[in-house]
Design a protein around this ligand. Structure first.
Ligand code: ATP
Ligand code: MG
Length: 634
């Protein structure tokens, strides 16, 4: 059977397919029903089954791999490294679960984590689901108002935090940010559990605030805290989307479907084997971190690297030195990080023995062809794009491996639909399905979403239905990804950008991504953002903001002008004059979310003289201010 046949089977023989996949995890009670589709667009997976995520990630491995590394923590910020075996991780998770219990956490309660990348963050996630409680990880260092709105939405009983985190050698004190957020929030928490790393000053407000180290001592040798066997459909966590296009949505994930989907993806895509090491250089604040720093690798019985630090500190070889030292077999990162590395010395990659590494996976953003080619050549290993969303929890499109036959990758495409995903392209206006090749449509997923995808928006079923399922008519048949795509004759999809990133120039609809691709193929350009700006005559005109590989190339007004003209010529060649930006502004940095996504809507607002809107997830407000300044200096 070839891959296409396998994929077809996952849709046509859905229940049999997923019943087979469900054998990849441990069940306390096996499911009676594979998928309950009685109330679309909701789908309930593995109904009647009982399991526990922490059991599958930790306890299950104790008989065979108690002494094998499970969690490898490396901080280039504090200069520390620590390895926990599965037995040690089990002990710490039990202690943390016991502590949370003593603070009043019960099944179904929420535990919010506002944590840096330290072992206690992963331990707290595992301990929470062990109790059948629901975690909500908020990216560490988010501003108080972003944190406050998530506290009010998730209404946690306990918050686990640390005194601070560190990025690029700069300490960020978390506790004052949390204290401020708790003042702003209307919801009151019972307790704050504080891990004091000795990095930053932290006020303690007893009896609300409890010291982790002291409480741990009391709970380390307490009797076992068994895993709470919960229904497969019991929520395991709430995680907010990145907020690239507006107010973040609280994605609610189930337990059984998620565990099964992750286990399947580890086999069919990432190809990580028990005993090997997985290095996902993301943050536990994002979905990639939830699925592939914590749950995916641990469910598989791998060691996972939890890394606190930048990819270029102490130098650009740091990741590759970890690959060598811990014999990493699978690595996962984002295109934005690769673009950062690309600006550094390429020799960094050749200094280390990378023979253990099988593949590098990249996700989160379009992987442009120049970046893909650069890293593929530099590594000499397969580089695999994968396309998904916080909502889906695991890849929608990629290039499955080891499933019947290895498919070849195609530059510029994240690949084909993963098993279980019925991906369709729809006409945005009519909802009609586009079946011919190379037609541009909205990427949609036919009901039901496979296991592991969001159950609903936390506390707001109506928002879930309205946001995702009502775009193409009244019957909730298609889930809207809000991304544009095309499909070629081999079933490979190309993501052309977000549906709200389309520019309408005198009636021509252009994706910002298409113009960006053309500009980034210019040798001088490191990174670029294109936005549509209101124009009285044409409706909208594209405007480009480019970061140069070498800023000196546009040092003088004459040099900048010549380069601008040259970049415009590139666009003319690739797309024709309709795509030519009205201006190409050279900037030092582009405004991005904390997860590295371009904040085009903020740039657009600045260009149109509007308020930049919700900036709670912005990485560096200075980049936007500078961009505004550079825009206004002709
Ligand atoms: P929000 O939904 O709050 O606006 P967001 O969409 O950025 O934020 P995420 O769930 O983190 O939140 O990101 C998912 C989106 O990222 C996808 O819908 C797509 O636009 C983009 N994306 C992710 N991976 C890829 C990829 N491999 N290629 C192209 N785009 C990608
Ligand atoms: Mg989104």
């Amino acid at each position: 059977m070839d891959y296409a046949a396998l994929h077809q089977r996952s849709l046509q023989d859905r229940d049999a397919y997923w019943r087979e996949q469900s054998a990849r995890i441990d069940w306390r009670r096996r499911p009676d029903q594979v998928c309950d589709t009685s109330n679309p667009p909701f789908a309930r997976w593995f109904v009647g089954g009982q399991t526990n995520l922490c059991h599958n990630a930790v306890d299950r491995h104790l008989p065979h791999r108690a002494d094998q590394p499970a969690l490898i923590h490396v901080s280039t910020e504090t200069g520390t490294e620590q390895v926990l075996t599965y037995a040690q991780l089990h002990r710490e998770v039990q202690a943390m679960a016991s502590m949370l219990q003593s603070l009043g956490v019960r099944q179904g309660d929420r535990v919010l984590l506002y944590m840096p990348m330290i072992p206690q963050a992963v331990i707290a996630m595992l301990a929470t689901v062990r109790l059948g409680a629901i975690h909500s990880v908020v990216f560490g260092g988010f501003a108080s108002n972003s944190l406050a709105s998530r506290i009010d939405d998730a209404r946690p009983k306990v918050i686990v935090t640390a005194d601070g985190g560190s990025r690029g050698g700069k300490v960020v004190a978390y506790k004052p940010l949390l204290d401020e957020a708790l003042r702003q929030a209307t919801h009151a928490v019972d307790h704050v559990l504080l891990v004091d790393r000795g990095l930053a000053p932290a006020d303690r407000l007893p009896p609300r605030d409890v010291d982790f180290t002291r409480l741990r001592e009391q709970h380390l040798n307490k009797p076992d805290i068994p895993c709470a066997w919960v229904d497969a459909t019991h929520p395991s966590y709430i995680l907010y989307t990145s907020g690239t296009t507006g107010k973040p949505k609280g994605v609610q994930r189930d337990t059984g479907g998620y565990a099964v989907a992750l286990a399947a993806s580890m086999e069919q895509l990432y190809q990580g084997r028990p005993g090997e090491t997985f290095f996902c250089a993301s943050d536990i604040g994002w979905v990639v971190g939830h699925s592939y720093i914590v749950y995916g690798p641990l469910i598989t019985g791998m060691a996972t690297i939890v890394y606190e630090g930048l990819p270029i500190r102490p130098d650009a070889a740091i990741w590759w030195s970890l690959v060598e030292k811990y014999k990493v077999s699978v690595m996962f990162s984002a295109p934005t990080a690769i673009r950062v590395l690309k600006k550094q010395d390429p020799a960094c990659l050749s200094k280390h023995d990378l023979s253990s590494l099988k593949q590098l996976f990249l996700a989160g953003e379009p992987l442009d062809e120049p970046t893909a080619r650069w890293i593929t050549d530099a590594l000499g290993k397969p580089v695999v794009d994968n396309y998904w969303q916080t909502e889906t929890g695991w890849p929608i499109l990629s290039v499955p491996r080891g499933v019947q036959a290895d498919l070849p990758a195609k530059f510029g495409s994240p690949g084909v639909a993963m098993p279980g995903y019925d991906v369709r392209l729809l006409n945005e206006a009519t909802g009609e399905e586009l079946t011919a090749v190379d037609q541009k449509g909205v990427v949609a997923i036919r009901y039901p979403l496979p296991p592991g995808c969001l159950q609903t928006v936390w506390g707001d079923d109506e928002r879930y239905v309205k946001t995702y399922w009502r775009s193409f008519g009244a019957t909730p048949e298609f889930y809207n990804t809000f991304d544009w795509g095309i499909r070629d004759a081999d079933g490979y999809h190309f993501i052309l950008g977000r549906t709200d990133d389309v520019i309408n120039v005198a009636g021509h609809r252009l994706g910002t991504r298409e113009i960006e691709e053309a500009i980034s193929s210019h040798a001088a350009v490191a990174e670029v953002a294109v936005v549509g700006v209101h124009d009285a005559l044409k409706g909208q005109v594209p405007m480009a903001f480019a970061v140069l590989k070498n800023a000196a190339a546009a040092d003088t007004p004459e040099a900048a002008q010549a380069l601008e003209a040259d970049v415009m010529r590139k666009v003319d060649q690739h797309l024709g004059a309709v795509g030519r930006p009205s201006r190409v502004v050279f900037v030092n940095a582009l405004p991005k979310t904390r997860s590295g996504k371009l904040l085009r809507r903020a740039i657009q607002a600045v260009c149109e003289g509007r308020d930049a809107g919700d900036l709670t997830t912005i990485e560096d407000p200075v980049a936007l201010a500078q961009l505004e300044q550079q825009l206004n200096t002709p």
